[in-house]
Design a protein around this ligand. Structure first.
Ligand code: FCB
Length: 451
């Protein structure tokens, strides 16, 4: 075992938690008046999801949420990050609230609060109401306006009991995997549309933050997925690929939100695809509406090379160093410290929460236990990387393990397991993995220091 974190390195109010997302765990996709989302439609198309899996049952959390909250309480989690399914609140993406949908989240939140667990909500973790996709989806400006309306309705009902609000989860994925590579719902292959989607996602974020303010929300922000980008060598062509990947992956999102403008070099890179005609006066200011917290999802480091890869002009991402996870992702805790420090150095000292970090491995249940040595090592070393960032002056306030439960891993279906808790999909039995036990012990020892 390499580096083990010291609980005393984390401030007393540091939020240690776990994260999930609605479509990945809830199931019950037609219950309680829920409308159809782009993921229902996409996963019904043969060949899109491994083994033809869908989110119809998932981890059956919709029916088992009370047991799942009890499990979180037993594990000693201080916070739980979950997402609200927009089509449960507004089945067609517009119009009045579907009360049954809202009630589900009210009950979930009340159960969390009763167990002393801080609820952390994400409004959009990729499940766009299908009707809005039919009307143009994120490449259409109207979707940003509909999103703000949904944020307004939801905060109107839940801001009395939820402090932390995230607008979007990983807009990079929604825009580029959804509209350019087509690996994710809605599965479109239109590069120009994907850039318009970036803009309207960010615009929707800004408008939603304004709507949240109207309900007195004081902890609002968005979650981005960041990667340190390391060139494989110092060949000028490779350095330029690294600049481009960093631009599209990191700066295209951080700059408009934290600095008020898209990076000029990325605009120039994208000029062959789009003239940015979707921008209107005032949009830049809306996108840069002040936020209180920045959510960072971190999984791995990208290594830039010049070998041809789809999606990135004249270059791409090289293979991982060392033993990768079951996703093929390089394991590099130092990369987490690096991106956290970069936000402080290149942007500003905004409070940061690691809203996702975790790893998939091919787990086996043996005699009622899962001895996931590699995941335990992954979690411990990344929590230690958070301590390093704090030591370097980063205002890091929390860490959420991805994920509480094994779940529907998008295009990979149920084949990839990220949970600290194993789910047997045939019986829905939950088994805490060794990594989950390690994390629970660590969180408990942090809490005990406060006694
Ligand atoms: C992130 C997603 C999350 C999960 C992890 C593994 O990109 O936000 O839903 O799929 O990756």
């Amino acid at each position: 075992m390499s580096q083990r974190p010291d609980p005393a390195a984390f401030p007393a109010d540091f939020l240690f938690g776990a994260a999930t997302a609605a479509y990945q765990i809830e199931g019950s996709t037609t219950a309680g008046g829920r409308g159809r989302s782009i993921w229902d439609t996409f996963s019904a198309i043969p060949g899109k999801i491994r083994d033809g899996d869908t989110g119809e049952v998932a981890a059956d959390h919709y029916n088992r949420f009370r047991d799942d909250v009890k499990l979180m309480a037993d594990l000693g989690l201080r916070s739980y990050r979950f997402s609200i399914a927009w089509p449960r609140i507004q089945p067609g993406g517009r119009g009045p609230v579907n009360q049954q949908g809202l009630d589900f989240y009210k009950q979930l939140v009340d159960e969390l609060l009763a167990n002393g667990i801080e609820p952390w909500v994400t409004l959009y973790h990729w499940d766009l109401p299908d009707e809005l996709e039919q009307a143009g989806g994120w490449p259409a400006r109207e979707t940003a306006e509909r999103f703000a309306e949904y944020a307004d309705l939801t905060a109107g009902a839940l801001s009395d009991r939820i402090r932390f609000w995230t607008t979007l989860n990983e807009p990079w994925c929604s825009a580029f995997l959804g509209y350019a590579s087509g690996e994710h719902a809605p599965g479109r292959h239109d590069q120009a549309a994907s850039i318009a989607a970036v803009h309207h996602l960010l615009l929707g974020h800004g408008l939603a933050v304004q709507a949240l303010r109207g309900h007195g929300v004081e902890q609002a922000g968005l979650t981005v997925n960041l990667y340190p980008v390391t060139p494989v060598d110092d060949d000028p062509a490779v350095l330029d690929v690294a600049r481009r990947i960093d631009g599209l992956q990191n700066r295209l999102f951080l700059d408009p939100v934290l600095k008020g403008a898209y990076p000029e070099d990325v605009r120039a890179d994208l000029a062959p695809l789009t003239d940015f005609a979707f921008e209107r006066p005032g949009d830049a200011e809306t996108i840069a509406t002040p936020i209180d917290v920045l959510g960072v999802n971190y999984y791995s480091r990208h290594r830039a090379t010049v070998s041809a890869m789809p999606g990135v002009a004249q270059g791409g991402v090289a293979g991982p160093h060392g033993d990768p996870t079951a996703m093929g992702w390089e394991v590099d805790p130092t990369g987490l410290t690096e991106i956290l420090v970069r936000i402080k150095d290149d942007y500003r000292e905004i409070p940061i929460y690691v809203t996702e970090n975790g790893s998939a491995y091919d787990d086996e249940v043996v005699d009622g236990a899962v001895h996931d040595v590699e995941r335990t090592e992954y979690v411990a070393s990344h929590v230690a990387a958070c301590a390093d960032a704090i030591e370097q002056g980063v205002p890091l306030k929390g860490y959420f393990l991805w994920s509480l439960l094994d779940n529907f891993e998008w295009a990979h279906g149920y084949a990839k397991r990220f949970g600290m808790v194993h789910v047997d999909y045939a019986t829905q039995e939950r088994t805490v993995k060794d990594s989950g036990r390690w994390y629970a012990d660590f969180v408990r020892s942090h809490r005990d220091l406060q006694r």
